[in-house]
Ligand binder design. Structure first.
Ligand SMILES: Cc1ncc(COP(=O)(O)O)c(C=O)c1O
Length: 429
């Protein structure tokens, strides 16, 4: 069967929501660490997939999964040590005061539950998110995902604030009062929310603003925003689906990078290194208040196989020093990217931390005109031709996104930088 046949069968059988990256879709058949291989045996460096946090098919994760799958897999209505141990391992790493976990399978479910809990315990209905946010696919989390539907369909309980983009946003790096101006804009959106009859139940923030960037907020912005929401009776939900699990290279959670003390923290993607595992973690008093009225049972969430995988992922991160690797290899990658920017005018800006970087691609440094979708697609194809897999994001789809597994090495970084360099040279010809 050739790729064209597979594409045709895929189109015939699956909904049009299944899209492929690249004009010539990659047909991957094997992965190991940071490497992927296609059906023709060609090797790629994976500089995009954070879900496989500890690398593709990590032997210890695979072993834990197989062993538990061959022993027992049920649900959480029976006593089993796995889910308790995973919960304990996570709580030991959580930001201050977060001491209780509820496991789900996806980040969407975790954010959906977080929103329901915040609404119940505060008695408020309003939710605060940023422009071009993404928080999931359930009915509720889709409404919180302002990048997923037209502005005119926004519910009146939603306050949408400007993310602190110091390159592309209304207030930029050269303005020392930028943080205050972003905060002021948030305050006015909160005022409008209240005028529409809704007090905030919570602000939900993706702490890397992945769908906008990644972005790095000015230091005093997030504490100010959280204080403002709390003053009006709302909770703080840190969506660490993208930002968590050592991605920043500084702490397990980006909440701790900013000194935030969220009331609820959600995570998903990296927790199972490819296995569907996610969590909604909060303070005991909050979940107790919710549980007085509601039950929550997630058929697959936290089952013995998922728990075994989740524990193995944490063990690998610790024993292989992957937080430190994210910091050190991330710094090395950053230095290389900044050097590239000195030679390629199409790199307008670089933002990120640890092993999550975004290059804001522009056709003109002065006007900051963003690369078009087709220019970004072309750039991605030129990079993949060099054997490196990258991604795109950003409000205009103009960000070249680098977000590799945490086992990314200096050699991987060198090859990635060389591939981007070569692609940009071809692009500029
Ligand atoms: C910041 C953020 N939150 C939530 C989600 C939803 O997670 P899931 O796809 O596991 O439902 C995503 C997924 O991309 C995400 O990036």
């Amino acid at each position: 069967m050739n790729d064209a046949d597979l594409v045709a069968r895929r189109k015939a059988t699956l909904g049009p929501t299944y899209q492929n990256f690249y004009d010539q879709p990659l047909h991957l058949v094997r992965g190991s660490g940071t490497k992927l291989w296609d059906v023709d045996g060609r090797q790629y460096i994976d500089c995009y997939n954070n879900v496989v946090s500890v690398g593709h098919c990590h032997p210890r994760v695979v072993e834990a999964l197989c062993k538990q799958a061959a022993t027992l897999n049920t649900h959480t209505r029976y006593l089993h040590a796995g889910i308790v141990e995973l919960g304990e391992m996570l709580v030991a790493r959580m930001p201050a005061a977060i001491d209780t976990c509820i496991f789900t399978c996806t980040g969407s479910e975790a954010n959906d539950l977080a929103t329901q809990i915040a609404r119940h315990v505060t008695g408020n209905q309003g939710m605060v998110v940023t422009e071009s946010s993404y928080h999931g696919v359930s009915e509720l989390t889709r409404r919180l995902s302002t990048d997923s539907y037209p502005e005119r369909d926004r519910p009146d309980w939603l306050a949408v604030i400007e993310p602190p983009n110091l390159y592309r946003g209304p207030w930029q790096r050269d303005d020392p009062t930028a943080a205050q101006k972003y905060l002021q804009q948030a305050r006015s959106q909160l005022d409008l929310l209240e005028q529409r009859g809704h007090k905030p139940a919570a602000v939900m923030i993706d702490l890397v603003w992945d769908s906008n960037g990644p972005l790095v907020a000015p230091d005093d912005y997030l504490p100010g925003l959280c204080a403002e929401v709390r003053k009006r009776g709302g909770l703080v939900i840190a969506d660490e689906v993208q930002a968590g699990y050592c991605r920043s290279g500084e702490h397990w959670w980006t909440s701790d990078v900013y000194g935030l003390k969220p009331d609820i923290l959600t995570c998903g993607k990296p927790m199972g290194a490819g296995h569907p595992l996610a969590v909604m973690a909060t303070k005991r008093a909050i979940i107790d208040a919710y549980s007085e009225q509601y039950h929550y049972f997630n058929t697959f969430g936290g089952n013995p196989v998922s728990a075994a995988v989740g524990k193995a992922v944490i063990d690998v991160i610790d024993s292989e020093g992957l937080l430190q690797n994210a910091r050190e290899t991330g710094a090395y990658l950053e230095a290389g990217l900044r050097e590239l920017a000195t030679r390629h005018d199409v790199i307008g800006d670089i933002q990120g931390r640890g092993l999550f970087w975004g290059l804001d691609m522009v056709t003109d440094q002065e006007t900051r005109t963003a690369f078009s979708e087709s220019q970004m697609r072309h750039l991605g194809s030129l990079i993949v031709e060099q054997g490196v897999i990258t991604g795109t994001s950003g409000r205009y789809g103009q960000i070249l996104k680098l977000r590799p597994p945490l086992v990314f090495s200096r050699t991987d970084a060198d090859q990635t930088l060389a591939a981007i360099d070569s692609a940009l040279r071809k692009l500029e010809l």
